[in-house]
Design a protein around this ligand. Structure first.
Ligand SMILES: Cc1ncc(COP(=O)(O)O)c(C=O)c1O
Length: 363
């Protein structure tokens, strides 16, 4: 290209999302493929969301309310914080990017696990910062390694709990020990995109005592447990001074009106939420049993997905499963050449996946 890209941006590899359903239908001439690749909610979303969105449609000639007043207050009430502690985003992706742009000068460092959710690296590089990546230890976040990687240039540390893609977690004790060794001027971004699925009380949850430590920025999303991935709503809870910076630099209408009402309605429907979490746990239990019977090793998970070791080329299995109409995620790009990641589907989708995998692996 004759135009010169910024040096940092030239090193960014594009984010590869889970293969979309429509693309598989077009490419493989398959109707109704099963998608278990993006950790979405297979049950859809609350019927209350339909009603709220239909109601909002008549006002879609108007700009959204920039403060997302209703949603912001609802969330603040739920977690016993003030609206000044909230930042809403076009997905939590948006807030990750705001953090990088708000707190990194060129050359400043952000420490994160390797592999990690790719948007950390992309956002840091886009903000002209430097990602410092610390390999996982036994498929889990290497907290000591993250601390060792801190330098005078470190401004942000990203941790993900539960971790994507391995499903591993950080306990209360581990987090407390870690946070005591992080310098006072480093922001700890705790991405809890999958926290609603956790069954083990030993797992750290940053909103049990919100705002106890001003260095902690909690990120959450409506894309997973609430089933609103297509609407794009995420939120952050943090010290008011950090929130003020992010709210100053965000796009004024970053959460559109349909997304605002959808998320508010989803929060009100405890019944659908509980059903989703239960279905996820039942799905995981079914998948673990079925895979164990097939002699396949799965990593323990507290999330809505699991990583499994096929002991053969994962990309090839991914391709073969696609031909059978099942979309999973090959972990080759994360450096795990024999692993795939699958999220729980409906009962029927889980069964279809297991049957397809049996055919592909000839077991
Ligand atoms: C760990 C993690 N963080 C953040 C996100 C982004 O979620 P959102 O849809 O809110 O942008 C994801 C999505 O897959 C994720 O896995």
């Amino acid at each position: 290209m004759k135009f010169k890209t910024s040096d940092q941006i030239a090193t960014i590899k594009p984010y590869v999302p889970g293969k979309p359903l429509k693309e598989v239908e077009r490419e493989y001439h398959i109707s109704n493929p099963v998608k278990l690749a993006s950790n979405e909610n297979p049950l859809g979303f609350s019927p209350r969301v339909h009603d709220a969105v239909n109601q909002q449609m008549k006002d879609m000639n108007r700009y959204p309310e920039s403060s997302a007043y209703i949603l912001s207050n609802k969330l603040a009430g739920k977690f016993h914080v003030q609206p000044q502690n909230m930042v809403l985003g076009n997905g939590s992706d948006d807030i990750i990017s705001l953090l990088a742009h708000g707190f990194l000068n060129p050359g400043d460092e952000a420490v994160m696990p390797l592999p990690s959710f790719l948007m950390y690296e992309i956002s840091v590089k886009t903000a002209k910062g430097v990602p410092v990546m610390v390999p996982l230890a036994d498929y889990a976040t290497n907290l000591e390694g993250l601390v060792d990687a801190i330098s005078p240039k470190t401004r942000l540390i990203f941790i993900t709990n539960p971790f994507n893609p391995t499903g591993s977690t950080i306990t209360w004790d581990e987090f407390n020990e870690f946070s005591q060794t992080v310098p006072d001027d480093v922001i700890m971004v705790v991405d809890e995109a999958y926290i609603e699925f956790v069954r083990d009380d030993a797992v750290y949850n940053s909103l049990t005592h919100p705002l106890q430590d001003p260095r902690i920025v909690t990120l959450r999303t409506f894309s997973k447990a609430y089933g609103l991935a297509g609407f794009r709503v995420g939120y952050g809870i943090m010290d008011a001074e950090i929130a003020e910076v992010l709210n100053r630099i965000r796009q004024p209408f970053n959460v559109n009106s349909l997304a605002q009402v959808a998320a508010a309605a989803a929060l009100d429907d405890e019944v659908f939420f509980t059903k989703s979490i239960q279905a996820t746990h039942e799905g995981l239990d079914f998948l673990f049993d079925a895979l164990e019977t097939m002699g396949i090793r799965c990593l323990p998970t507290q999330s809505n997905f699991l990583m499994l070791d096929l002991e053969t080329d994962a990309t090839q299995v991914f391709e073969e499963l696609l031909k059978q109409g099942v979309i999973v995620r090959s972990m080759t790009s994360y450096g795990y050449d024999t692993f795939i990641r699958v999220n729980t589907g409906t009962k029927q989708e889980n069964l279809i996946f297991i049957q397809a995998l049996k055919r592909v692996l000839k077991r």
